[in-house]
Ligand binder design. Sequence first.
Ligand code: ZN
Length: 315
Amino acid sequence: MTIDFDTLPNPEPSAQTGFAGSRIVRDSEKRSADSVPQALADPSCRCYLFVPGKAVLANSGTDEDAPPQILFSVEEAKAMSGRLEEAILLGHDEGAPRLAVRLDADAQALGEGFEVHDFRNLLYGGRAEPEDAAAIAQGGSMMHWHTMNRHCGKCGHESQAAIGGYRRDCPNCGSQIFPRTDPVVIMLTVDGDKCLLGRSPHFPASWYSTLAGFVEPGETIEDAVRRETFEEAGIRIGRVRYHASQPWPFPHSLMIGAYGEAISREIRLDDELEDCRWFTKAEVRQMIADEHPQGLRCPPRKAIAFTLVDAWVNG
Ligand SMILES: [Zn+2]
């Protein structure tokens, strides 16, 4: 088989999704017991700050349009009750260490001059540059993983953070616990000039999007695409083609975007979807341009669902 890299889209579609484009070099093979102490002692070290599930930024308090402060010095993090002893080394940006630090204060106690954003709001609200949103997604996922793995899953003993926060060790039974990433398939099912889009009850009004679901243990990506599409919409899928992926820090998923080839047409909804129907390319173009006669819309740019739909109609 000849691998034809020349026909691949450039820039690659994954790079156009939100939470992609991190500048951080992870240096994963260099992580050691001293990683965090060394980073804290480095004057060029800067910290991303978090409260549970959210990123903390600072603003001038007077000029709403001024870009917020996203990175904080170690001294600033300490002054804001940052738990430096639990800091996670995300990696380095041009040699300068980047830490993720949780604050002891809750969001309300931060007071004036600070703003707190959930990761979705950070992505769509425009308060962070894409490379910072990507680093914050990395830090936020890691924070959640530590919170959920305080104890060893094998013996129940309290576990301890190791190698810059990228592993937890059990001092009782010696188990090593590594961060996890949960794969989710998200697929645009196509049938010639038509594609399948659905509505979950929690979607904003008028939104239609691609179907999605978790990959189960022992399942290929292709099989998960076929199973989820059949379970949610009753449509049988034949061939499956990978298109792009998107890190998704809710709390630690990787969205795997694919196209599925429909081999049946009749929709049969399960309980997960409020509605699901076939849309023509012309209709989808109207939805992207916000010109659909019934006001129907697609998910916004930076969402991998948009990447899939946009590449299909315009690519
Ligand atoms: Zn143990």
